[in-house]
Design a protein around this ligand. Sequence first.
Ligand code: ZN
Length: 383
Amino acid sequence: MIKKIDISKKYNLPSEVHFCKKCVISNQRPRIVIDSEGICSACRYFEYKSKIDWDKREEELLELLDKHRSCSERYDCVVPSSGGKDSAFVAHELKTKYGMNPLTVTWSPLKYTDIGWKNLNNFNDSGFNVILGMPQGDIKRKLCREALIEMGDPFQGFIYGQVLFPLTIAIKFGIELIFRGENAEAEYGGSPESWNKKYLSIDEFKKIYFSNYELDFWLKKGFERKDLSFFYPPNPDELKDKVCNSYFYGYYRNWSNHSNFYYASKHTGFEPNVRRTEGTYTKYSSIDDKLDTFHHWFALLKFGHGRCTSNAAREVREGYITREEAIALVHKYDIEFPNLYFKEFLEFTNLNEDEFWNIAAAWRNENLWKTQGNDWVKKYPVK
Ligand SMILES: [Zn+2]
């Protein structure tokens, strides 16, 4: 039995729950701010984006590319790429529209879905060299289990690799330019200081994505340095005098999940799933990992919003659905438990069902959930 965690205190969440008047997100998302007019910072960022001069931003992009363009067989940029629609758009546009020579780097999911593996191969077939990083399975599983218990997030091990592995490869190949997709911090509710960031330094990435759990933390939890060596970036001596920043392609080009989907379908053979992802209504976002539904489900326990809320909020901002439609979708799908791969998740983490539900109970935010018969329901459903 693990000790009950005070989620609101741990993540410094407001005690009163308020929802954005424009989308369906609440102030329980870490770092989001709802202003005096009742509008969240993610919606404000979308308003801001609609006023950006994108031609000017493209000129800035060309300037940056010209500084790094190899004009030879040498790679001139790294694109961290899962084979998904967003990274496929970035890599393909850099290569075909702007004449760059990208090396694409994939950090493997915890457990590939068939469609995810197919999409990575389709992307590879469409004309890209891919370096696939796959950490040893026993360590990956152990880290998944320990991070679930320690942080209420089975996905932290994946996040280390996703942030650090492309950097390692860039350094090894002498590449100084990395292109990631959208600036997630700005797109999903970070403060206005994040809105105009062209890139993040590695220290800024760590601050946002490692949730105060540096890799070294796990050495105290029984992991050895050699267990995690594949996760660690090059040592600081190797990085000395080398500038290698991760730029946001979404700073330079107007970013849309919908357009990226159509682009990747047309150019890199991207295919959506045949079924919707559990916990939401979409079929084309983050479909390569069987187990990432548990990352979203644990976020639901902690912050009261699941994958459907994130997807629907985004589509309201982009104007594809109304707030009323989004609310209906959230009520229908947000708290759906990811049954499809539950057995595989238990086997992967070496947990039995009782252990799993004990961990879930410890991470369920008491301020946001109440029992109703045998079920847990949200205390504050969006309305
Ligand atoms: Zn909003």
